[in-house]
Design a protein around this ligand. Structure first.
Ligand code: AMP
Length: 280
């Protein structure tokens, strides 16, 4: 079934209002497009849990701290719509910049604490952009449930927090990271990797899995860092934004995995920033 592509806020509202009146459970899957099996796993989870599913595609300029990154971000709307056909979603919400941020737009949603570290520290303004657009998507779609990937674990924490703090009546559902066969976490940015870089990209996950194994055995992360950084360097990673063990619930730094933790990494390979995280 080809889902209607909706580009206008009033049309979206007209579509959703009768669903809500009929008491149907509405799910939303926010994305920036260039859909892959990671996104599609969220769509499948939404379809299984909700009566109506809206997939949103919006490359949100406010969450890019680098204009070149925004310009290079893959945009594949027609392919995306085709990939969604087999799921029978009810609407694809594709607002343009004017729909989302009309002339005079001046509101910023900012979640403190959780955003001080990791991608919050290395991408200034990123999470304000995410929190602002996600708040708007929640309100525009009136979704009862919203599906986000653990691939962006810090983002999942941030949107869960903002929904609770702003009393937005939506349940945020976290879904596991989908990976390529060689372990590389699926990401729209993987399309930007050269053939050569694609060969070495899985080393990030390999290194993290080895570290996680040692951490589970009681090792301190400091003892594991030199070898891990060396392996990434040899594989061609030019810089590492972070490689850290943090508490799974509040993202506080950990030296060792004596409470449920998460190992987080962001690193650059051939001009592409890759991120990953795994439970420890
Ligand atoms: P993005 O289009 O990158 O903004 O991602 C949209 C949603 O898909 C976010 O909730 C991501 O966490 C999720 N996502 C991206 N990659 C994956 C993946 N490999 N596995 C599961 N979810 C993912």
């Amino acid at each position: 079934m080809i889902a209607p592509i909706v580009r206008d806020k009033a049309a979206l509202r007209a579509m959703v209002t009768p669903w809500k009146r009929a008491g149907e459970v509405v799910g939303v899957v926010p994305t920036m497009g260039a859909l892959h099996d990671g996104h599609l796993s969220l769509v499948a989870a939404a379809k299984a849990a909700c009566d109506r599913v809206i997939v949103t595609i919006f490359v949100n300029p406010k969450q890019f701290n680098n204009p070149e990154d925004l310009a290079n971000y893959p945009r594949t709307e027609e392919d995306d719509a085709r990939k969604l056909e087999r799921f029978g979603v009810d609407a694809i919400w594709v607002p343009d910049g004017d729909q989302m941020y009309p002339e005079g737009f001046s509101t910023n949603v900012s979640v403190s604490g959780l955003t001080d570290c990791l991608c919050g520290a290395t991408r200034p303004g990123h999470f304000d952009g995410v929190a602002t657009v996600v708040s708007k998507l929640f309100l525009q779609t009136s979704a009862d449930q919203a599906f986000f990937g653990e691939k962006d674990y810090q983002q999942l924490q941030v949107v869960t927090r903002l929904a609770a703090d702003l009393d937005i009546p939506v349940t945020v559902v976290g879904c596991p990271t989908i990976r390529e066969e060689d372990g590389l976490a699926m990401s729209s940015r993987n399309l930007l990797l050269s053939d050569r870089a694609r060969v070495y990209a899985p080393v990030l996950n390999e290194v993290m899995e080895e570290m996680a194994e040692a951490l589970r055995g009681g090792a301190e992360i400091a003892a594991l860092m030199p070898k891990a950084l060396k392996r990434l360097e040899v594989a061609g990673f030019t810089s590492v934004d972070y490689l850290e063990l943090r508490r799974a619930d509040d993202l506080q730094l950990l030296d060792r995995a004596d409470v449920p933790g998460r190992l987080f990494a962001a690193a650059w390979l051939a001009g592409v920033r890759l991120i990953d995280n795994i439970a420890v």
